[in-house]
Every structure is written in structure tokens, then in C-alpha cells.
Design a protein around this ligand. Sequence first.
Ligand code: MLT
Length: 412
Amino acid sequence: MVLVNENYLKLSENFFFTEIEQRINAFNLIHPNTHVIRLGLGDVCLPLPDEIVSAMENAAKEMGKIETFRGYGPETGYRFLIDKIIKHDYNSRGISLEANEVFVSDGSKADLGNIGHIFGRDNIIAITDPVYPVYENAAIMGGRSGYLTKDNIWSNIVYIPCTEENNFTPDLPTEKVDIIYLCFPNNPTGVALDKTELKKWVDYAIENQTIIIYDGAYCSYITQKDVPRSIYEIKGAKKVAIEIRSFSKTAGFTGLRCSYTIVPRELMGYTLMGEKVDINKLWRRRATTYYNGTSYIIQRGAEASYSLKGKKQLQKNIDYYMKNAAIIRKELLELGFHVYGGINSPHIWIKTPKNTPSWKFFQQLLYESHIVCTPGAGFGQFGEGYFRFSGFNTRENTIEAMERMQVWRNRI
Ligand code: MLT
């Protein structure tokens, strides 16, 4: 008799974004000719820059010749990409890193879940709320969540509220926690932390021997100067933080899959006996055992995102999405919504009118205006009563969606 990992039985049947897709599919089935505008999932729509495309074409051609064919690559990434990551994303901001502190992977979503493998099961996990649901799901699958309380939250997870009252800026936990997931600029609220705020978290982690898992998926969307792009801009962070970054939103790689995780050599965990353990070594052991490296072709594409031309074109794409976000922000503010984010992030976080529950609002908007939003409740208990729009659509669709919002607003 095979026993299953019963932690999986604690999860809802569908992952949040799968549930949304199913509801959209159901709508499309009944209304096949309706033009649905998706401002929900944070998926890019602009094509890849020529530089990236031709780098991948060349890499594919290399694979077709005996002299340049490549089999398994280094499990943790080719040096040509790692060196570019260090130079452009870190050295340029005064941060030094060694090549063996960078682990290239095929998407940050996988790393965010997999990282739990190298930590003991009894660690107390803290997450801000609302937040990207993968962190909580990973804690549940990994057996770290405890039981579901009558308030519908997990007994062993510490939830740190980000609400209108605290400007969606989390306060430090009042109890001692072992692992904290931080995502800034935040998904879903779009709110970023400035240096002073982020320093509080690093100081807390140093004082409490806590590890921060810092999800920087949206760092390229930061526009304000005092907002750090990397947690390592804060003194001491290398002692306490793992940083996970994706090429998805930065370079339009949602369909290509490439990311990297920084695990500094200074970062230590502990055995039950209190002996120090080098976390970097554990992550390397895991990566080399379970992974055979991101595709050579994709890594060449990622490398090209750091070329002068590639960077320029990608910045243009980012500006385009941010302009969409600005349009959404402005239009919804004018329509009287409570609107947050959209300044250092392509995500805009909006209060539903008349305290409508967010899933109900999602359905209303889909069926009445044919617009897809992301319901806030899927990001946590403090997301209830909110919805998220993202700037990842064409300008035409964004403008049309806002026109539909105006019509819808006038009706209610
Ligand atoms: C989102 O829409 O929150 C994200 O794009 C989903 C993801 O990155 O997996």
C-alpha cells in the first residue's frame, strides 16, 4: 500500500492561478466570440528583443554541429551567464558576489518551493499577507503549516498583515520566526520597501538568526531612487538572505523559463546541536542531484538580455508595461476606486467597490465587462475585498478595459 504525502490533501484542489484559468475557460466556452481582456495573470505580451532571439538562434545552430554541440551543462549555470548576472545586476549596485554564489535555474517559482528541501521541517515560516501564494503552498506541501484554524489560516504559519492601515508595509513579527518570505516590490500590492524599511528586516534577521527568502521578481520595475533593487544593498544581508530573481518579467521569459538564486557563502543554518552549516553547500548538493541545468539555448538568450541593445529594448518593454500601469492607476482613481501600487511595479492593487468579496467581484467583472482581474482573496486573508490589475497587456486593450470600467462604474 502506497502512502501519499498527506500534506497535499490540505491544499485546495487547484492552485490559485489554475482556478482563475478554469473560470475563464468556462466563460469562453459559453461566450466563444467575446473579446475578454486579461489584466489578471502577470504574463508578458511583448515579443522578445532581436538580440535575444538571434542569440538563441545561434545557440540552436551550435547544437546542430558536431564541433559546437553541447550535452549536459553545469547544473548551476554556465559561467558566461553567471558572470553577466554578477556584473550587471550586482557589481553595478556596489555588491560583490562570487560565481559559486549564483545558481541559474528554470524559473523562480520552482526555486521558491524547492528551497524548503534544505531546511528542517520544524522551522517557523512567516509570510506577509497578501502575497504570492506559492510561499504558503510550499509551507503546506512541506509539512510546515500545522492545521487549518477556525479563522481559515494555518496554525504554524506566521502571517504579517499588509493592509491599508499600514500602507501595505509589513511590521516586524512580534514572535521569533525562522524563515521569512519577502517579496518586494510586492506581488500583489505593487508596494515597494525603501532602504530604511528593508534594513529593519535585515537587522531583525541578524538578531534572530532568521533567514529571509527575498523574491525580487519585479525589481526591474522599480522607478524610485531610494528603493533597493537587491536585498544585498542592505549591510549585513549576505549573512541572512537568499535572493531569488526571475527573467520572466525582466526579460519577457515567462514562456522560456530562466531565473537565478543567490545563496551567499556567509549564510549559515544550524544543526540541532547548534553547529553552523553552510547553506550554499546544501543548495549546491540539492541542485547537482535533482537538476541537470537550464537549457544552453535559454541561457544564451538570458545572456543576451544584458547586451547593450538587449538592455535598451527590454527597458522599452518595461516602460511600456509601466505606462499601462499608470493609465490603469489614473483611470481607476478618477472613477473613485482606492488604488495602490503601480509606481514601482506593474501591479495595481484596488479595493473592490462596496466591500464586494473579491471572487464575487472577479465573476462580476468577467461576466459583465469581460475583463479578467486577479481576486485579492487568493493572495491571503488580508487580500479579501481587493482585486489586482496588471499592466501586462497591449496599450489598446488596457485603454479599452478602462473604458469598460467606466461604463461598468456608471451602471452600479
Ligand atoms: C502573477 O500573476 O502573480 C504571477 O505572474 C504568477 C507567476 O509568476 O507565477
